[in-house]
Design a protein around this ligand. Structure first.
Ligand SMILES: [Zn+2]
Length: 893
């Protein structure tokens, strides 16, 4: 692209410090451009649609920020004088000017886009204003979005442009096809990586500002791309590349309205993604020294073509600065266009909200017309061990090869092939081409992304996650004995000793020790036959016996849990957020006194024509700036909070964290804390205290201070739902993942969403489902109540609630409920019965006075009783919750 110069100019069109001194900011912008050696551009700057604003209202001082999605308020306190602050900006631009020397326009733009905020932040430590920098408003009169978003949109808009939406799939069915945790993780990585391959192509042509969603700023794959472009990065660690964070769809502003050009672009993106997928397959075959014969190759290619599929739509926006599409052309998408007609007249153009909603709706219409392609080669052999859909192409089988070969279809025997380790293909396993490439995708990532990051990649197994708390305790209490255990394991397993990465939080504790795969800390697996099957080695009985003895010593501390959890979180109503329907009242987008100063006629016009939100208030419209603010809030959630909660503060491992979605494995000990914090972080109901994230429901501003700067979140009106499955580490993973998605749907099925659903899958096959809203009527925080219950089941010094209480409740109420579980008893009778059961189920330390006993019973009653009424008076749900809580505390009792 030769327009980088123009992009530089528009990105610097207004100064970032405009809010510090709104007088004369245009001259300041010019001066900064001079310092960077950026040429002035006479071209017309396309207007950006903004919140309506009468020009005669004077700039107000920078005293507060308004949250774009909730109307929340953050007071701003700045002690420094404005000259002092502006001096720092001037210095920053001077320094940037030095760094710019020798860079091409493209490099300069990318450098500025990536580092400007960091360069200024580095110059402002200890200042009172520095923490507001990421939120510096574009206009202090309407401080509901940052200047950063405005500059990004300014430099993305052209006289000719279209909105473009592109996605690849399938998502849930593709990632759920997993036998090992590694399949689940790499499936998610593949979707992220392939989508980024398309994004990269767009960025390479039109710059990162062209991508409206997701927010690419500081995304690991984006930083990796910038590195390839030789752009110096302030803060970036290769290891950040481990977590996939790019969602499977993106929205872009493409500078053309010509349909053949848009089609050409879409075709190019699809070809690029497909080529990356094929390259991955070739790289993997090459690394494994596999040379398929023509028949196998034909089959392989035919299967590979089944993934991925694409959807894209584009709507022309502006041609020579004028709207291309008339409002009437949207008639088929909207029931009532009347209000928008009047607005369009008032703001002098097509509202972005309408354009964007039409884009989403036409994508939805296309998706319903999903095309099914017939595989080129007929599938009639043994089905793949992972997906069960396609024929096996590669297998390993040391005993009964006929299992795979008797169908007479082309396939390849990899038994005895040293290059293909058991990690990629277990004995007895047969994989189709798609599942094989997925399983071994790290081999390709080593080549294409980073050797150092993916070289010794091990994704923790379900056993590793389940026993993480056991390992944590053993590391601190029985380190020497653990060392001895590892030594004996090494003697026994020899070359086959499975060293794996521990969960991120335990990494530091393992310093100086090798971490043996979690599976080998369960007594049930230390059997000769099992070891032979899993590791393909024959072991010495005597040595095995001494290993078992060493394990018993470790068990003196505690025993490893056999269960772990999978969680899936997803923001609620994202479609409605993006259509503008949930935006706050228009008055809440302005600084104090501004709306009041509007001429009455303008206020009346807005009130009369603008849409109303769910609360019945006249709301603002979805503008491009609000849209990129949503992208930024979601990016902050995924990159700033999710990883910290799941991997730094707790025993969890992320599979994916991007857009409004999270997928993770978590150890049961930390399950409730992780659930609670994730939900709170999504809506900004947290604070960071002493470097740790705490739930803080009092924070209604939607902004969270972290590492010395305020970050935008989705805000207090946003909600999210979660599906959770607690499963045995040997339960087939595919069942667990599918169940987790099903739980997420169940949670979203509750009235008003904003809920979670937990399925407790016993190894025996018994399932218990418990679902609830995060907040009830009587219980302000349901997960917190469950945590309190954990404490009373564990015993809190004053007393302990026996685990048998759960059976007692189930038995006592079994005839006092309807078939669907609803209680058929008055509140009074229920309460007295519950209290009586509690008295019979609590145990106390010797010498406890009657009064103290009653106090403890009252305390437990105070947790249980409101919880029951919040669970829609459902005995079954109540019992299931109790059973789950007891299980997390006293597994196996
Ligand atoms: Zn398969």
């Amino acid at each position: 692209m030769d327009d980088w110069e123009k992009k530089l100019f528009t990105f610097l069109y207004e100064p970032v410090d405009r809010c510090i001194d709104p007088e004369g900011y245009m001259e300041r912008a010019k001066r900064y451009r001079e310092l960077l050696g950026v040429r002035e551009w006479e071209a017309w700057i396309p207007p950006v649609e903004e919140t309506p604003f009468p020009p005669e209202i004077c700039p107000s001082p920078f005293r507060e920020l308004r949250h774009p999605l909730s109307g929340g308020r953050l007071e701003v306190h700045i002690d420094e004088e404005k000259d002092e602050i502006l001096k720092i900006f001037e210095d920053a631009y001077k320094e940037l000017g030095e760094r710019f020397k020798g860079l091409s326009e493209e490099q300069g733009f990318l450098y500025l886009w990536r580092n400007l905020e960091e360069v200024i932040a580095e110059k402002s430590p200890g200042t009172t204003w520095g923490k507001y920098l990421p939120l510096f408003p574009a206009d202090t009169r309407a401080p509901n979005y940052a200047i950063w978003e405005r500059l990004r949109i300014l430099s993305a808009l052209e006289d000719n442009c279209s909105l473009f939406l592109f996605s690849i799939g399938p998502v849930q069915s593709f990632i759920a096809q997993a036998r090992k945790t590694q399949d689940f993780y790499l499936g998610s990585y593949i979707l992220s990586y392939l989508t980024f391959m398309a994004i990269e192509e767009v960025v390479d042509r039109y710059g990162p500002v062209s991508i409206v969603y997701p927010d690419l700023h500081r995304q690991p794959l984006m930083d990796w791309f910038l590195q390839k472009k030789r752009i110096a990065l302030g803060s970036f660690k290769d290891s950040m590349l481990l977590v996939p964070t790019i969602p499977n769809r993106f929205v872009a502003i493409i500078p053309t309205v010509k349909s053949d050009k848009l089609k050409g672009l879409a075709k190019l993106l699809m070809e690029k993604v497909r080529k990356s997928w094929e390259d991955a397959a070739s790289a993997i075959l090459k690394a494994f020294a596999i040379q398929p014969d023509p028949d196998v190759e034909k089959k392989l290619n035919s299967q590979l073509q089944e993934f991925p599929y694409f959807h894209w739509v584009a709507i022309p926006w502006r041609s020579d600065g004028k709207d291309v599409v008339g409002i009437d052309e949207f008639e088929s998408f909207f029931a009532n266009l009347k209000p928008y007609r009047e607005i369009a007249r008032g703001i002098g153009g097509l509202p972005y909200e309408l354009l964007y909603s039409a884009l989403e709706r036409s994508m939805g219409a296309r998706k319903n017309l999903r095309e099914f392609t017939q595989p080129e080669v007929l599938e009639k052999g043994r089905k793949c061990s992972v997906c069960g859909e396609r024929d096996v192409v590669f297998f390993r089988e040391s005993r009964n090869k006929g299992k795979f070969t008797r169908y007479g279809v082309p396939l390849l025997d990899l038994t005895g092939r040293k290059e293909v380790s058991l990690k990629f293909l277990a004995d007895g396993e047969g994989l189709c081409a798609v599942c094989f490439v997925k399983r071994a995708f790290e081999v390709y990532l080593r080549e294409s992304v980073s050797r150092s990051v993916f070289d010794k990649l091990t994704f923790p197994s379900t056993a590793e996650v389940a026993c993480a708390d056991f390992k944590r305790q053993v590391l601190s209490q029985k380190r020497k004995e653990l060392q001895e255990y590892l030594k004996r394991a090494k003697d026994l397993f020899g070359e086959a000793f499975q060293e794996v990465e521990p969960l991120p939080k335990l990494k530091a504790d393992f310093r100086g020790l090798e971490n043996l795969e979690g599976e080998w800390f369960y007594e049930e697996n230390l059997r000769k036959a099992y070891i032979e099957k899993e590791l393909g080695i024959s072991v010495d009985e005597e040595r095995l016996k001494t290993l078992r003895e060493a394990l018993k010593t470790l068990y003196e501390t505690t025993r490893p849990s056999s269960y772990y959890a999978v969680i899936t979180f997803d923001g609620d109503d994202m479609g409605r957020w993006l259509s503008g329907a949930l935006l706050p009242s228009i008055e809440s987008t302005y600084a104090p006194g501004i709306w009041e100063g509007f001429p009455e006629s303008l206020k009346d016009w807005i009130r009369g024509n603008f849409p109303r939100n769910a609360d019945g208030f006249t709301r603002g419209l979805l503008t491009p700036m609000v849209h990129v603010s949503i992208s930024r809030a979601l990016k902050n959630f995924a990159l700033e909070f999710v990883g910290k909660i799941v991997e730094e503060e707790h025993l969890g491992k992320l599979v994916y964290s991007g857009g409004d979605d999270v997928l993770a494995f978590v150890n049961l000990t930390d399950l409730f804390s992780i659930m609670r914090k994730l939900r709170a972080a999504f809506s900004g109901h947290i604070r960071v205290k002493n470097g740790r994230i705490e739930v803080n429901r009092d924070n209604a501003s939607g902004f969270v201070e972290k590492d010395g700067r305020y970050l935008l979140t989705m805000g207090p009106k946003a909600t999210g739902s979660m599906g959770v499955v607690i499963a045995h580490y040997k339960t087939p993973l595919q069942l667990v993942i599918r169940k987790a998605f099903a739980m997420e749907r169940q949670a979203k099925g509750l009235q008003g969403k904003d809920a979670f659903a937990i399925c407790f899958m016993r190894r025996s096959g018994e399932e218990r489902v418990a679902k609830a809203h995060w907040r009830g009527q009587g219980v302000p925080d349901v997960i917190e109540a469950l945590e309190k219950l954990q404490t009373v089941f564990r015993g809190n010094g004053k007393g302990v609630l026996s685990a048998r209480f759960v059976q007692k409740v189930a038995a006592e109420f079994s005839r006092l409920k309807e078939k669907n579980g609803t209680l058929v008893l008055s509140q009074e009778l229920f309460e007295s019965l519950l209290k009586r059961l509690l008295r019979r189920s609590c145990e106390f330390p010797p010498g406890t006075q009657e009064q103290e006993k009653e106090g403890f019973v009252d305390e437990v009653f105070g947790i249980l009783n409101p919880l029951f009424w919040d669970l829609e008076e459902n005995i079954d749900t109540f019992v299931n919750f109790l059973a789950i809580v007891v299980f997390t505390v006293k597994e196996g009792e």
